[in-house]
Design a protein around this ligand. Structure first.
Ligand code: SAM
Length: 265
């Protein structure tokens, strides 16, 4: 089903998978089952789409490139493939049944916004398998104290179990990207395990804490907590954001919400 005559469009981050072993390994990692509600972001010329649609019908795909979306629509009947010609960043995921399995070899130029879209709809997701720049996967799974640990690690690990499942070199794509890639698996934690009272507070706090990652928390979070308040929450005011665990950020965010509520009473 692939469309070799399509000329890759850089503005849509088009690097098409051509390595059969890599394609098989990704499909194996996804392990699609009949009855799954499966959505592929960016099917492109159909490298993953064809083997996925052979296992799960209908397969939903979202493709922004009109030419590719049309060709896919013509190639496979509606019963097997439902093509949503749309920008994934504007797509209303609530129009699809849940729980949803999301897969895709993502356009790298929009991978962070796509990940935050998936974060927002995590309660509708069963799991996610996406190919990303390897450096982004390293940030997602990074542990506290490492250079790669930052906002993306804290927010995604708050909501998901994250596990790298496959490393892929540039030669697996046409055209070959300049970077290495990896596939990561994300599985949402049960909602009961989450614990942040108010997600926007956690998000704002984490953003602020990492805004100057070399600075001490007593400085970066000066507008949020006095040093004594940090100490009473078990956080060393001299520490830097990159040393805090996800649970520490949740504790801080909840304390900020509690003190705001106390002030409002
Ligand atoms: N899945 C194919 C493969 O593995 O060969 C193509 C992967 S290519 C890296 C990314 C795909 O995402 C392209 O088909 C591109 O047109 C599509 N795309 C780019 N931006 C998009 C957006 N905002 N919404 C939906 N699809 C997008």
């Amino acid at each position: 089903m692939s469309l070799p005559q399509h000329r890759a469009r850089r503005r849509f981050g088009q690097n098409f998978l051509v390595d059969r072993h890599v394609i098989d390994a990704i499909v194996h990692a996804i392990d699609p089952r009949p009855g799954d509600v499966l959505l592929e972001i960016g099917p492109g010329t159909g490298a993953l789409t064809a083997p996925l649609a052979a296992r799960v019908q209908p397969l939903h795909v979202i493709e922004v490139d009109r030419d590719l979306a049309r060709t896919l629509t013509q190639r496979l009947p509606d019963a097997r493939l439902i093509v949503h010609e749309a920008d994934v960043l504007d797509f209303d995921f609530t129009t699809l049944p849940a729980p949803l399995r999301v897969v895709g070899n993502l356009p790298y130029n929009i991978s962070s916004p796509v990940l935050f879209r998936l974060f927002d709809i995590a309660d509708r997701l069963l799991d996610v398998h996406v190919m990303l720049q390897r450096e982004v996967v390293e940030r997602i799974v990074a542990v506290p104290g490492s250079a790669a640990y930052g906002r993306l690690s804290v927010m995604l690990q708050y909501r998901f179990d994250a596990e790298p499942v496959l490393e892929v070199g540039p030669e697996a794509f046409r055209p070959a990207p300049k970077v290495n890639s990896s596939v990561v698996r994300l599985r949402p934690h049960p909602v009961a395990a989450l614990g942040a009272y108010h997600l926007p507070t956690l998000s704002a706090l984490v953003q602020q804490a990492f805004s100057q990652r070399r600075k001490m928390l007593r400085n970066t979070l000066a507008g949020w907590f006095a040093p004594e308040a940090l100490r009473s929450l078990g956080i060393d005011p001299q520490a830097r954001a990159e040393t805090l665990a996800v649970a520490d950020f949740v504790r801080l965010a909840n304390a900020a919400d509690r003190s705001r509520a106390d002030r409002a009473e």
